[in-house]
Each structure stands twice: as structure tokens, then as C-alpha cells.
Design a protein around this ligand. Structure first.
Ligand SMILES: Nc1ncnc2c1ncn2[C@@H]1O[C@H](COP(=O)(O)OP(=O)(O)OP(=O)(O)O)[C@@H](O)[C@H]1O
Ligand SMILES: [Mg+2]
Length: 292
């Protein structure tokens, strides 16, 4: 298997009038071809900004201040704006006449299993259900045969049945089109069924990374353990769900130690002093924590 995406020491900051928000710090991971990476973490942990960095779509006032992003072995941060226009897409678009474009669009709607695609092709988004809109979004995303699909909370506003259908669709499309997938969600239950690799983020930092099965069954970081304990899907026997006490820290005035130190049940003196570095603890299982 070869590496499709490699991120090294990525830092993304927001420059606001209140100060510099260090939204993503020292993020490092790789994604192989045809694999699924799940990214999980509380709100504000930097998941979406990580995804947007890969797409060169960061919002105003934010900037990649350092790091490297290799996509198919090319450092995409060294590319000029013009090179971001995907040539193949343009060629394809130019070559399609209106009739072929319509047929292709209907085929895509079929592919994502929208009922009556010939009829729904003419509908506006407000005439479709949430699940159908999500399918249409996926159709747009795969229209130009990408090798990587990034799904940022693809099921968060859907009912359980639609959620299940969308996830099954993603699985199918991934196999049919040899896609790699980055799946961002708060739901560890979904990750356990979908992702080969799991990245746990907290307040812009990488807490743990490894094979999903390894991270979920032998979680090392107390933050990951807290997330697992507070996941209804993984803790069906618990009467009352656990919750991690405290709140995500201020990203402008960060402590000098571990970003999780003020909430960590295992905190030690060193955790207030130094930021833990990412360590390889066992086969492909990395953790940032002073306990290791
Ligand atoms: N437009 C913005 N302006 C200023 N700060 C922002 C902006 N967008 C994001 N941030 C900062 O970056 C941090 C990470 O944001 P991001 O959207 O990546 O979080 P997330 O992990 O995707 O959260 P969620 O689970 O809520 O989607 C936020 O906590 C916030 O401090
Ligand atoms: Mg987000």
C-alpha cells in the first residue's frame, strides 16, 4: 500500500484582534491509499481546519504557519494558487456538452442511490430531504473521480436510518472507486465500524493515533479513555454516561504544559511544565502523553 497523504508538523493559526488562536499544532499523520482515517475530538479541537488545510480552503484570518502536506508525494503547500485548479476537472468540464453533463449528473444521482434520479435531477435542495441532500453532496464530491474523499460530519443532522444508509453508501463508494476517506465525526461508534485508522484530537493537538482497533481497545491517552467512556455506542452497559469534566482551554493563552492537563484524571507535575511529544508506543500506535 502506498501513502496518499502525509501531514507533518502542521500548525494553523488564526490572527484575530484578541490575539493569535493556535487552532492546530504539530499535527503529523499519514493516510494510505484506499484506507479510511477517522478524526475524532470535542468541538473546537481542529478537525475541520485540518480538513480545510488539505483542500487549501482555510477561512479568512487563518493561515498555515508551518508544516508540510504531501498529497501523492507532492508538497501541496508549495503549489501556487493557479496550480490548485484541477486540470483534469477543467478538461472534463470543457469536453462535456450540456446533454452529456445532464446524463452524467443523473448517473451520479443513481450511484448515490437517490430515488427517481431523472425526476430529482430537477429539484431544488429545499425540495429534498436531509438524507437526499447529503447524497447529492456526495454525488458532487465524487463527480470528478477523486482519490480522496473528506466527509466532515456527514451524518450529524440525520435520523438513525438515514445515518446508516449514508455510511453504507460511503463504504460502497469507497470500494467501487478505490477511494481513501477521511471521516470526521463525534461518534466513536461510527468510527469503530468505518475507520482503519483513528486520530484523536483535542484543542488543536494530536492526542493519539493508530489502528482504530488498537486505539479503541487499548487506548493510552486519558483523553481518549474519557471519550470512549462517554460514548453511548461503545458503553451500552453503563447506566449513566461518563463525561470528561471541565472545558476545552483557551487557545490564545495556552498553558505551557499538556493541553489536557487541567482536565486530566492522571495529571502529574510534569504535565503542567512540558508539552508531551508524540511517541510510538507499539506497532503503529502513537500517543502524546507524559504517562508513556
Ligand atoms: N472563523 C474562525 N474564526 C476564529 N477562530 C476560528 C474560526 N474557525 C475556527 N476557529 C478556531 O479554531 C478552532 C478549531 O476549529 P475547528 O472548526 O477546526 O474545530 P472542529 O474540531 O471542527 O469543531 P466541531 O466539532 O465543532 O466542528 C476553534 O476552537 C476556534 O478556536
Ligand atoms: Mg468541525
Amino acid at each position: 500500500m502506498s501513502v496518499l497523504l502525509e501531514i507533518k508538523d502542521l500548525k494553523v493559526y488564526f490572527f484575530t484582534h484578541l490575539g493569535i488562536i493556535k487552532a492546530v499544532n504539530d499535527l503529523t499523520f499519514t493516510l494510505q491509499e484506499k484506507q479510511t482515517l477517522g478524526i475524532v475530538g470535542e468541538s473546537g479541537s481542529g478537525k475541520t481546519l485540518t480538513a480545510l488545510s488539505i483542500l487549501n480552503l482555510l477561512p479568512p484570518k487563518s493561515k498555515i504557519v508551518s508544516g508540510e502536506i504531501y498529497f501523492q508525494r507532492e508538497n501541496i503547500l508549495k503549489k501556487k494558487e493557479k496550480e490548485f485548479q484541477i486540470k483534469e476537472v477543467l478538461v472534463k468540464h470543457q469536453n462535456l456538452n450540456l446533454k452529456t453533463a445532464k446524463d452524467t449528473a443523473i448517473d451520479l444521482l443513481k450511484k448515490v442511490k437517490i430515488n427517481c434520479p431523472e425526476k430529482n435531477y430537477f429539484n431544488y435542495p429545499y425540495e429534498l430531504s436531509g438524507g437526499m441532500c447529503q447524497r447529492a453532496m456526495i454525488a458532487m464530491a465524487i463527480a470528478c473521480n477523486p482519490v480522496l474523499l473528506i466527509a466532515d460530519e456527514p451524518t450529524s443532522s440525520l435520523d438513525v436510518t438515514s445515518q446508516h444508509q449514508i455510511l453504507e453508501l460511503l463504504k460502497e463508494l469507497k470500494i467501487q472507486n478505490n477511494l481513501s476517506l477521511i471521516l470526521i465525526t463525534h461518534n466513536l461508534g461510527i468510527i469503530s465500524k468505518m475507520a482503519d485508522y483513528l486520530l484523536i484530537m483535542y484543542a488543536g493537538r494530536m492526542m493519539e493515533f493508530g489502528f482504530t482497533s488498537g486505539v479503541l481497545t487499548r487506548a493510552l491517552n486519558p483523553y481518549t479513555l474519557g471519550l470512549i467512556k462517554s460514548s453511548p455506542a461503545l458503553n451500552q452497559n453503563q447506566k449513566r454516561l461518563f463525561s470528561i469534566e471541565g472545558q476545552v482551554p483557551d487557545l490564545i493563552n495556552q498553558n505551557k504544559g499538556c493541553i489536557f492537563s487541567n482536565r486530566c484524571p492522571e495529571v502529574k507535575e510534569i504535565c503542567y511544565q512540558n508539552i508531551p511529544v508524540l511517541k510510538l508506543v507499539e506497532n503503529n500506535h502513537y500517543v502524546s502523553c507524559h504517562l508513556y
